[in-house]
Design a protein around this ligand. Structure first.
Ligand code: GFB
Length: 310
């Protein structure tokens, strides 16, 4: 990417999109185009085509998506498959019609089979059944990967797909019904400490393991791959280490200084038992994550004073 190239970040106000924007600005880029979801409905093919024809971006980061935690994925199944397939299909196709030089598609670690061997290698994709709670979302993201590869094959488009692990960081979602586990537990422990509540309720058994990557590390990896990766297939982005949910809860409890108990709500799903990414492909390409989990969570917690619930 040249500093003069026009860069479109779809989803620039979300946790991932805003991190990519921060990273590119820090690298000296300034020729950006972006629209809020009110200004441009990415589910509308006509609106997306008109936007691309008018703006003709050189590079595109597709960070706009319908996202959420295990409960939201399991409840809003139709929304997760419809909205994500519409958004990605419209943006990928418009990128082709308007000769975008390079396109980065963001997927998720939930695309891999529920019981695939760990750590997850990129070639485990489509080798087994998916985790039921997020299958609609996973199917949409798998379709996006395959679409990027199909446009590379038929039209020689340089559209790449990256698969981040579970993410956290600035501009995360703290709605307890829609969020992922890490922001949810930060809010739960903070509110329990503030209100002197005797216990914090953790969903499920706490035995599933998850890998957590700070979104600034993700943005750094996306920048690196946009500059250096030009192949079909997908690239995992993660830290290469995971933690049991119960141990994550204890870590967040310690960071926030909550003294009460952790109890388990076994009516909530555990989801996939583990989804640790094999990041050797990325590491061999020269990139490794820099932000440790405890320091990352502390930094996020220290930045939350303006949240309405804080
Ligand atoms: O982060 P999370 O919602 O999504 O849940 P997944 C991870 C684990 O944390 C599950 C447990 O075992 C949850 O039961 N958990 C414990 C909690 N307490 C809580 C809580 O208060 N809130 C939440 N949300 N979880 C998502 C996929 O799966 O991963 C998405 O559904 C996406 O599609 C995302 O792929 C990265 O990691 O299980």
């Amino acid at each position: 990417m040249l500093k003069t190239d026009k860069i479109y970040i779809a989803g620039h106000r979300g946790m991932v999109g805003s991190a990519i924007l921060r990273k590119l600005k820090s690298e000296g880029f300034s020729n950006f185009v972006y629209r809020t979801s009110k200004e441009l409905d990415l589910k509308s093919q006509a609106a997306v085509n008109a936007f691309f024809e008018a703006e003709k971006p050189d590079h595109v980061f597709l960070a706009a998506a319908k996202v959420g935690g295990i409960l939201a994925n399991n409840i809003y199944r139709a929304d997760f498959i419809y909205e994500n397939i519409m958004i990605q299909s419209n943006v990928i196709h418009a990128a082709h019609l308007n000769d975008v030089q390079k396109f980065l598609f963001l997927g998720s670690s939930c695309i891999y089979p529920k019981l695939a061997p760990q750590p997850l290698r990129e070639d485990y994709l489509l080798t087994g059944l998916l985790e039921p709670t997020n299958e609609p979302y996973a199917i949409a993201k798998i379709a996006g990967i395959k679409m990027c590869d199909a446009y590379r094959s038929q039209y020689n488009r340089n559209f790449i797909s990256v698969m981040p692990t579970n993410l956290y960081g600035p501009n995360d979602n703290y709605d307890l019904n829609k969020s992922h586990v890490l922001p949810a537990l930060i809010r739960k422990f903070h509110e329990a400490k503030k209100n002197n509540t005797p216990e914090v309720v953790m969903w499920g058994t706490g035995s599933p393991k998850r890998e957590f990557l700070h979104v600034d590390d993700l943005a750094d990896a996306c920048y690196y791959l946009m500059q250096n990766y030009n192949e079909a297939g997908l690239v995992n982005i993660g830290t290469g280490e995971d933690i049991a949910i119960i141990d994550l809860a204890r870590l967040i409890k310690k960071i926030i200084g909550y003294q009460g108990e952790i109890t388990k709500d076994l009516t909530k799903p555990d989801g996939t038992p583990r989804k640790l990414m094999n990041v050797s492909k990325l590491n061999q390409a020269g990139w490794t994550a820099q932000i440790g989990l405890e320091e990352g969570i502390q930094a996020v917690y220290d930045s939350l004073k303006n949240e309405p619930w804080y």
